[in-house]
Every structure is written in C-alpha cells, then in structure tokens.
Design a protein around this ligand. Structure first.
Ligand SMILES: Nc1nc2c(ncn2[C@@H]2O[C@H](COP(=O)(O)OP(=O)(O)OP(=O)(O)O)[C@@H](O)[C@H]2O)c(=O)[nH]1
Length: 670
C-alpha cells in the first residue's frame, strides 16, 4: 500500500510540478558499499530527537503546516516542490479530493539548529471527529504537540477535544495561531480566547501563516526548545511500540514503530508481546518522508519495519515488540476503537464476494479502526457488516474501496449498535434484521438500550437559541452552556453548549442541520457517553399498542415487496418519524424497481401495521413480442440478453430485482 501511495503521490507531484521531487537524503548521509546514500541513525541520539504531532480542529491548517515544515524549513523535500503540491502528507485520493486528512502520516525531517543536527519526527493527524482514534493513537508516539488554532475562527469544538487528549497523555503543547495572513485574522482576540479556554499565556502562542511560511522558523525553534527529548537507552533490551500499520503487496504488513529502548536492526529476530509470534526483520527505516531504509532504528526514533507479517491481525496496534528470548515489560496497551455506526457492504455482482472480502481485509490494515464480520442477506447475498467511527468514516472507507480496490459495492443504511436486553441475555444488535419486533411479546425483551454521546457545540451567542432548539428536537438531555469569551466591539461572544443525546440522532442529518441553522458558524464534537436505557425504547408487554405507547417506541421498519420482506432494507426508526421515513422509502422503491408482469404492492411495515404503501403497476410487455419467423436470431439474442439480466436479478418472493436497483435505493439519501 505504501508503494501504491508513493507512486500515486509522485504521479500527482510530477503532474502538477513537472519536476521530480528530490529528497535530500545525501545531506545527512554516508555512502554505503553499493554507493547508495544511507542515513546514519547513530548520529541521532535521544537528545537530538523530537517527536511531535500537529493537532487541531478540522481545516485549521495542519496539513499545510506539515508541508511548510517539510518543504520550506528543513529541506527534506527540495524547494522545487513548494507551492506546487499542497498537503504532501495527504496521500490518499480521497484526502486530495475532499481536502481532508483521514489517515495520520509520519514524516522525519533533519533540521540544523544552532549548528546541531536534529531529527524531527512529525505526525500529521486528521481533524474530523470521526478520526479522533487516529489522533490519539498518533499521540502515543510523541512527547509534544503543536495545537493549531485558526486566527479567524478561534477555538472550535475539536480544538478542545484534541487539547484534552494531548494533556491526558502528558504531551507538551505548543499553541500556534495560524492564518494570520488573512484580513479577518484577529490574533490578539484569539490569543485571549486561548488563554481563557486553556489557561495558556498569550506570550507562548506563536502567530504564523502556514500558507506563506511566516513564523514557521519560530515553530522549529519552539519544537527544539520546548518539547522534551524522548527518554530511552540504546544499550537496554529492545522495546518498540507498534502504533500504525499498512500493507505492501510484496512485503506484507509494514508497521510503524516508536523505539522506546534498545536498537532494532535488519535481520533481528523479534517477537510480538501480544501474539507471541516471531519474525525476522527484513527492512527497517524512517519515513523521510517516503520510506528510506536505514541500517537500524535506535531508542527514541520513529520508523517503519517490515518483517513478513502476512495477516492484519498480527500487527496489533499498541503492541510491544521485543527481541526473541528477551523479556520486557510491555507498554501500556491501546484502547481499541469503538464502532459507532454499522453498515453492510455487498458486492454488486455476488460473484465478486471473495475479491471484496480480500480488499476489505487489506484496507482495514491501513485503517485499523474498522471492525469486520461476515453477513449474508437473502436480498444481497454474501457480504460483510462493518463497524465505523462515524458516517464520514464510513463514506471515506467506501470511497477508498472504490478508488484503491476498484470495488463495485452496495452499502446498506447505517445503524448504531443497540443493546437488546432479553430476560436471559443481552445482545448487541448492529444489524436491523436482528432487532426484535417490539410488538411481539414472545421475544421476551426486557428493554432496549441505545448508545449516547456527550456533545459539545461552539457557536456565536446569537445562534445559541437555534442550537438549543436543534438539540432538544434531537432528544438532547442535560443541556448546559457557558461563554468562551466576552463580546468584542465587532464580534459577538461565543458560547459552548454541552448536552447528551442518542448517537442515532447524531449520525443522521444532525451535522447538516447544525451547519445550516448556524450559518456555518457552529462547530461540533462528541464523545462516547455509554449506553442508556431510554424510555423511547421501552418494550410493551401488551400485544396491543395504544397510540400513546406507540410514540415511545424505537422500532424495526421492514419493507415488503409483494408481501415478502427485503432484509437488506430493514431500518430501526423512531416512531415519531415512521410515517415520513416509510413514505420516502416506499416512493424511492417505486421509482427504482422495474415493473414486473404483475402488480406489486410495496409496503413499509412496522410489526403488522402498514405505515406506507405504493403499488407498482403491471408491465405486460413481452421482450420477444413482434419478432416473428425470420427474426429467430434477434429473438434468441433478446432472450439471451434477458437471461444475462436475470443472472444479476435477485428474486424477492416472486419479484425480480436487479442488484443495481439496490445500489440506487441505498445510495440516494432519503
Ligand atoms: N490564508 C491561509 N490559508 C491557510 C493557511 N493554512 C491553511 N490554509 C488553508 O486552509 C485550508 C485547510 O488547510 P489544511 O492544511 O487542509 O487543514 P487541515 O487542518 O489539515 O484539515 P484536516 O486535515 O481536514 O483537518 C486549506 O485551503 C489551506 O490552503 C494559512 O496560514 N493562511
């Protein structure tokens, strides 16, 4: 995969720049017997190493600053690249197209400071809340973090969350005010806001423009002077922390490690503390910013290793790697990513399942936060049920499957995982088809619990009322607010609003509404707040559901075609929106499903109650009608075509549905 990124990257650069990227390896290199330049890692003991990440709210300029550090100041990439390849570390097509970082990237730079050569290891992190696991994982390999705040926007919701996670990990934080080149920048005001929010002295805040490069040299100085060097002893037993992995078609799993103690060399026999499996190191090196092999990696250094790992499960994130035969105290593990939304992924052509499953396995190697389980559907055949950290994460994963693995897929509507408490057991339901029919008393369901989140919204005070309304209409509780700063002459004060709400309310169109009702000014972040027994999900013990009771239910909505359920389309919906959702889906189905030789009722059903219905009228056309005698060949061709079409049809009861119809149904928003 790294190979693929590298070539994709180089192609983009070559296309935009028409001159190749030159890596200044030789500036700090000796020459090997083969004449090839090699970095001497022993030139970089802990004292001259700084490991840091760049953290910020989305779009505050992390990747742009990473570019400036790489291109302008350190000469890691020659200046030929400057300005021509924005966001060098955003290597994926999806990142370049959407202008967001989804995958943390590591890059090493060598910087001369007061006559001393320093090795700076930078980890650029994503900003969107869906990728916060990437951020905290990256922080585990660092001693410091640059906290970027946009000088026009000020402190936003993710600025708070990344600041707190950096503090929890004991990182030294260097506050940076970015985008001071913009006319709307208010450096003094935002510095005061940073002081009020984080208790940081405005004198410690570095004003910069990552775009023009202004102030970036002060950042390099601060990194060296303020961030502590990693502690570690090269003479101790080898102990390395595995914090990321990717897949290379030829070499298998490539792991990113931060060496805590000892020295890791090519040819070393190493073992995983987690799996107890043993490997031989076939390659070792640093990301400079592409992979550059070195003879070794020493205590305090961050780099990659290849060791013939074949399975994704072998590269356990948070694992401690040690030398075979030696015992070491493992590093504190790493909290596993917790899936927030689930969706089924199926191949459009059922014959492609094996290929799809393999592609998913490979992709999950570069995105370890995705959980995978096989699933099968009568409508869509064999597929996988995947767990994601949010709907953007899900969409990015889908696009990566299509971009990088040429996959042609159908993805079902996302659902959050519910806990269904039966009398004798509790089941985590991540697939609507497994959700109990709430009016069926025989299911012996005691209660249903739903995941909740603690949400934080930062917004100018004039939108506070709107935001509160929005939260209440999404079943928010414990709503509270305070002010981040006081009103300036021209700007209104900003408020921070917190509440808890069901996750299912957040993963629908909450974010779009938040943006539109605050004219784009609100920022939003959330964290897991555990499961809550909600009266909304209380299950009736009576088979008769009165109207008042019905309002309290969260229920399974099933779609029937000619009275037969289509499992892939099942949804868990809130009773208050059953009519609206039912009608919208039934209309959509009516539009997409081809007419059959008979009339087909399309119904949205909850329990036994039909909430919406459309009727697809019969189509009596015969494909061979009008083709007589001499047209035998044409007639045969028509029948052949029809047969080929049938192959891709799914039979739901007596209704034939082309697999593509599911694609249309599930890919358009309701
Ligand atoms: N004028 C100006 N624009 C900047 C500056 N820094 C970044 N930008 C612009 O701000 C936008 C977002 O920058 P990115 O570097 O992609 O932000 P990011 O924080 O990496 O974004 P995510 O990774 O998606 O969270 C881009 O259009 C940049 O060109 C700056 O100093 N001045």
């Amino acid at each position: 995969m790294l190979q693929a990124w590298r070539s994709a990257c180089l192609q983009v650069i070559l296309k935009r720049n028409k001159s190749p990227v030159l890596f200044n390896v030789e500036r700090h290199a000796s020459t090997t017997a083969s004449g090839k330049a090699a970095l001497r890692m022993e030139d970089f003991p802990c004292e001259v190493i700084r490991n840091f990440s760049i953290i910020a709210h989305i779009d505050h300029g992390k990747s742009t600053l990473a570019d400036r550090l790489l291109e302008k100041m350190t000469g890691t990439i020659t200046k030929g690249l400057k300005g021509s390849n924005p966001q060098f570390l955003d290597k994926l097509k999806v990142e370049r197209e959407r202008g967001i970082t989804v995958k943390a990237q590591t890059a090493s730079m060598i910087h001369n400071h007061d006559g001393v050569k320093y090795l700076l290891n930078l980890i650029d992190t994503p900003g969107h809340v869906d990728f916060s696991w990437e951020v905290s994982r990256s922080m585990a390999a660092c001693q410091g973090a640059l906290l970027l705040v946009d000088a026009t926007q000020g402190v936003q919701a993710q600025s708070l969350s990344v600041y707190h996670s950096a503090r929890e990990r004991g990182l030294t934080i260097i506050p940076v005010l970015n985008k001071i080149d913009l006319p709307a920048a208010q450096p003094e005001r935002i510095a005061a806001q940073i002081q009020a929010t984080f208790g940081i002295d405005p004198g410690d805040v570095l004003p910069i423009s990552a775009k023009t490069g202004k102030g970036v040299d002060a950042i390099l100085r601060a990194i060296i002077e303020r961030i502590p060097a990693p502690s570690g002893a090269p003479e101790d037993k080898l102990k390395a922390f595995l914090f990321d992995s990717s897949y290379d078609r030829y070499r298998g799993v490539i792991s990113l490690v931060s060496v805590q103690d000892g020295i890791l060399r090519k040819g070393d026999k190493i073992a995983s503390y987690h799996t107890r499996k043993k490997y031989e190191v076939t390659d070792v090196g640093i990301m400079y910013p592409e992979e550059v092999s070195t003879a070794k990696l020493m205590a305090g250094q961050v780099g990659f290793i290849a060791c013939n790992m074949k399975q994704s499960s072998e590269a356990h994130i948070g694992d401690t790697v040690h030398r075979v035969g030696e015992t070491v105290e493992p590093m504190p593990g790493f909290q596993l990513a917790k899936a927030m939304v689930y969706a089924g992924i199926f191949p459009v052509d059922s014959n492609d399942f094996v290929k799809l499953e393999e592609s998913i396995k490979r992709l999950t190697l570069t995105d370890r936060s995705v959980t995978v389980q096989r699933e099968s559907s009568t409508a869509l055949g064999q597929g996988c049920r995947l767990g994601f950290l949010g709907t953007l994460h899900m969409d990015v994963f889908r696009q990566r499957l299509e971009d990088e693995y040429d996959a042609n897929i159908i993805i079902t509507a996302p659902t959050v995982p519910y806990k269904v408490v039966y009398r004798d057991r509790t089941v985590l339901v991540s697939n609507p088809t497994e959700f109990p029919d709430v009016v069926d008393t025989s299911s012996r369901v005691k209660e249903v619990q739903e995941p909740t989140v603690k949400a934080t919204i930062i917004v100018p005070e004039e939108y506070l009322g709107e935001m509160m309304d929005l939260c209440f209409s999404h079943r928010a509780e414990d709503v509270d607010h305070r002010y981040l700063d006081t009103s300036g002459a021209t700007n209104s004060a900003r408020a921070i609003l917190t509440c808890t709400m069901p996750l299912s309310e957040v993963v629908t169109d909450f974010f779009d509404k938040l943006k539109s009702r605050s004219s784009g000014f609100a920022s939003f972040d959330y964290e897991d707040a555990g499961y809550k027994k909600s009266n909304l999900a209380k299950v009736s013990s009576s088979p008769v559901v009165t109207h008042a009771m019905a309002d309290k239910f969260r229920v399974k909505m099933v779609f029937l075609l000619n009275n037969k359920p289509v499992d892939a389309l099942a949804l868990i919906v809130h009773r208050s929106s059953e009519q609206q959702i039912g009608r919208a889906w039934v209309k959509k189905l009516h539009k997409v499903i081809p007419r059959q030789l008979f009339e087909v009722p399309i119904q949205a059903v909850i329990g036994k109650k039909v909430v919406a219905r459309e009727t697809l009228s019969a189509n009596r056309a015969d494909v061979t009608a009008g083709l007589y005698g001499g047209h035998v060949e044409r007639k045969m061709k028509h029948l052949e075509n029809q047969k080929e079409g049938k192959r891709r049809m799914k039979r739901i009861g007596s209704v034939d549905l082309p697999q593509e119809a599911f694609f249309d149904i599930l890919s358009t928003k309701t």
